[in-house]
Design a protein around this ligand. Structure first.
Ligand code: HEC
Length: 167
């Protein structure tokens, strides 16, 4: 395992050296490299949503609230251990950064409402992180509900066909 890690590091630094060697000019902040060169936005919006964002959001939602099931009765979904809460906090951190990822140039659909929704997602993620840090059931539930509204609001604005996921 340790060995594998070392060789990955070696390969990465070799790539880095090659990359640096190729450019004759040092890159400056205002270089004309296009957004497509700066960020890897290969994933389509559809794949980013279904394969990356939705699983993260789902794992947050599955950690907050309760279920009243005809067969299995009433049970709560909140974490019951420190490790469980820590996991929720980490997933919430991913939400923060996925908000940024939606806002990347080359990915965002405009500089207007799209940025407002992306930022709202990051902010709700921060609230969820904080609630998980305090292991506060009601607050993590509220953060989950707000997250759900942000998803729906953006879908309504940009792709009304999507509808709501769970109804
Ligand atoms: C900033 C805007 C925005 C936010 C915020 C957003 N989405 Fe999306 N979402 C989109 C757009 C646009 C599409 C359509 C992508 C496509 O297929 O071209 C989409 C599509 C989806 C799809 C695929 C649905 C389908 O039928 O193709 C899922 C699942 C999804 N989003 C989940 C989520 C979840 C879960 C959240 C919140 C945690 C979320 N999205 C937040 C813009 C957003």
């Amino acid at each position: 395992m340790a060995l594998r890690y070392t060789s990955t590091l070696l390969i990465s630094s070799a790539l880095l050296l090659t990359a640096c060697g190729e450019s004759s000019q040092p890159t400056t902040a205002d270089s004309t490299a296009s957004d497509a060169d700066r960020y890897v936005t290969t994933l389509s919006m559809h794949d980013l949503m279904e394969d990356v964002l939705e699983p993260v959001a789902d794992s947050l939602w599955r950690s907050a609230g309760w279920i009243d099931d005809v067969e299995e009765g009433y049970y709560e979904l909140y974490p019951t251990t420190d490790e469980g809460w820590e996991h929720v906090r980490q997933q919430a951190g991913l939400i923060v950064e996925l908000g940024n990822s939606l806002a990347l140039p080359g990915r965002r659909e405009d500089d207007d409402a799209w940025l407002t929704y992306s930022r709202a997602m990051s902010e709700v993620g921060l609230q969820a992180m904080e609630a998980a840090q305090r292991q506060h059931e009601e607050d993590i539930f509220q953060a989950g509900a707000r997250l759900y509204s942000v998803c729906n609001a953006c879908h309504l604005a940009y792709n009304p066909e999507i509808g709501r996921f769970f109804d």
